[in-house]
Ligand binder design. Structure first.
Ligand SMILES: Nc1ncnc2c1ncn2[C@@H]1O[C@H](COP(=O)(O)OP(=O)(O)OP(=O)(O)O)[C@@H](O)[C@H]1O
Ligand code: NI
Length: 453
């Protein structure tokens, strides 16, 4: 008895410890499209985290890589595009890890076993991987789990190649015993991908009609999701569908479940799509410009709805928009993207009170009645298409603060000053409490170490 009690409280302690970890951990995400003409490095080495229940905004002009980031997380990148080796997106929810380990035991890996036969020289030196991209100087310091999750599988003795569940602590053959691990989203396929998409992560797009089928009633479509993800059917499903429609603020829901998408207004359709997403009881909702096509009052209502859902159901939200005003309204944390890179990352308060990257300042200056400049201006020029690995600041040609080195040194995300670690900017001006010369040197050194040949 005593033993059982001890292990139970041990598991509880592990659960508690885990709650500090992010739900989603995006590391060095790189997604490229290989066309006949060129390679488009749409997402080029992006890092960010999303905690459970947190709303993380991704903002940037058209073409900065926001949607490709979202689609990479959802496994929705199609040929000629792919997520490149070296990328890792970890889904850390312990329930999900246990569920996936149970369902996909053949695709589950015990990291301990990998470690036993790991030889760093087979990865570093034999491939284009560098220890620096994993945050280390010495190859021997890079944990085997990092290289395996990033897709260097042959090199660490994984031969099947489709492993997607990594167990760090616990017995792989007894999923309930797992205390630490993650599902590697970039390695999902088939059934595992369907389990994640819809079951764990749901998506709301700009145009609700891309998610709704015109020939079925709205109710049918929600019922189908309920059947698939919650196992409900018949009267029970119909009842729940109406309740979900009511929960997302559709008046007269009991009657309207029987209507078709074309009988709904734009705003009501988007509410119906959100109801469908909720039918899957997701841990996370990815919203890609969900209000851009709607008029301003409806837009505000949908934003309120998303905030309410986030709070009452404790879902994490990744919210994509090009609109700084919307980002300020919805986010806890903000990542500003430019030409495939995150150029600034901070909590929403500091980002708006004290924006650091000249690009963020430019975006804020272009909000009508914006906090920073009263005069409405836009940033001249447009986002370049990144075709080559960055060797300089991609924003430099449009930057009012650019100096010579901006054309020759690639800035990496850096704390904006030496006291702060959760506000970063990829700009040679930072950290701002050291001389520019010193700052440039630091960026250069870090970038050189992270460079692939
Ligand atoms: N299927 C594709 N094939 C080729 N290039 C693509 C494809 N999808 C996206 N891209 C390119 O990737 C880059 C990033 O596109 P993305 O859609 O992520 O931008 P965005 O930030 O979402 O912009 P917007 O605000 O216009 O939606 C662009 O240069 C785009 O042309
Ligand atoms: Ni987009």
């Amino acid at each position: 008895m005593a033993v059982e009690e001890e292990s139970a409280s041990g598991a509880a302690a592990a659960d508690e410890a885990r709650s500090d970890d992010p739900l989603i951990d995006v590391r060095n995400l790189q997604t490229a499209f290989f066309t006949d003409k060129e390679t488009i490095r749409a997402v080029d080495g992006v890092d960010f985290q999303i905690d459970s229940g947190q709303t993380v905004g991704i903002v940037g002009e058209s073409g900065s890589g926001k949607s490709v980031t979202a689609r990479s997380l959802m496994g929705l990148i199609e040929s000629p595009g792919r997520v490149l080796r070296g990328s890792s997106v970890r889904y850390r929810d312990l329930d999900a890890v246990r569920e996936f380990a149970e369902l996909f035991s053949k695709r589950t890996v015990a990291v301990e076993e990998l470690a036993a036969r790991y030889d760093p020289t087979e990865v570093f030196g034999a491939t284009d991987a560098t220890p620096a991209e994993f945050g280390h100087d010495d190859p021997a310091d890079v944990p085997v789990v990092d290289v395996a999750a990033a897709g260097y599988t042959d090199e660490v003795g994984i031969t099947d190649g489709d492993e997607c569940v990594f167990v760090l602590d616990g017995d792989v053959d007894s999923p309930a015993s797992i205390r630490d691990g993650f599902v590697e989203i970039t390695r999902l396929s088939g059934e595992a991908q369907r389990k994640m998409r819809g079951g764990r992560i749901a998506m709301v797009f700009q145009d609700p009609l891309t998610s709704l089928n015109p020939v079925y009633t709205v109710g049918n479509q929600i019922e189908e999701a309920l059947e698939l993800h919650q196992g409900l059917s018949g009267k029970e499903a119909t009842q729940e569908a109406a309740e979900l429609l009511e929960a997302v603020g559709i008046p007269d829901a009991r009657r309207r479940v029987n209507e078709y998408p074309h009988q709904f207004s734009g705003g009501m359709r988007q509410r119906a799509v959100i109801a469908m997403a909720l039918a899957c009881e997701p841990d996370m909702l990815i919203c890609d410009e969900p209000t851009t096509a709607l008029d301003v009052t409806i837009q505000a209502q949908i934003l309120d709805l998303i905030a309410e859902i986030q709070e009452s159901r404790d879902v994490a939200v990744m919210f994509i928009t090009h609109d700084m005003g919307v980002i300020a309204d919805v986010s806890d944390r903000v990542n500003v993207m430019y030409a495939g890179e995150v150029v600034e990352s901070a909590d929403v308060g500091p980002l708006f009170a004290d924006p650091k990257h000249p690009y963020t300042n430019g975006l804020l200056d272009s909000i009508p009645g914006g906090q920073v400049g009263d005069k409405l201006s836009t940033i001249d020029g447009s986002v370049p298409t990144p075709n080559e690995p960055a060797t300089h600041c991609r924003f430099a040609p449009r930057c009012p603060k650019a100096f010579d080195e901006c054309e020759s040194v690639h800035p990496v995300p850096t704390p904006v000053d030496e006291e702060t670690d959760d506000h970063t900017a990829a700009c040679l001006l930072y950290p701002d409490d050291v001389s520019t010369e010193e700052a440039v040197e630091r960026h250069q050194e870090q970038d050189r170490r992270g460079d692939r040949q």
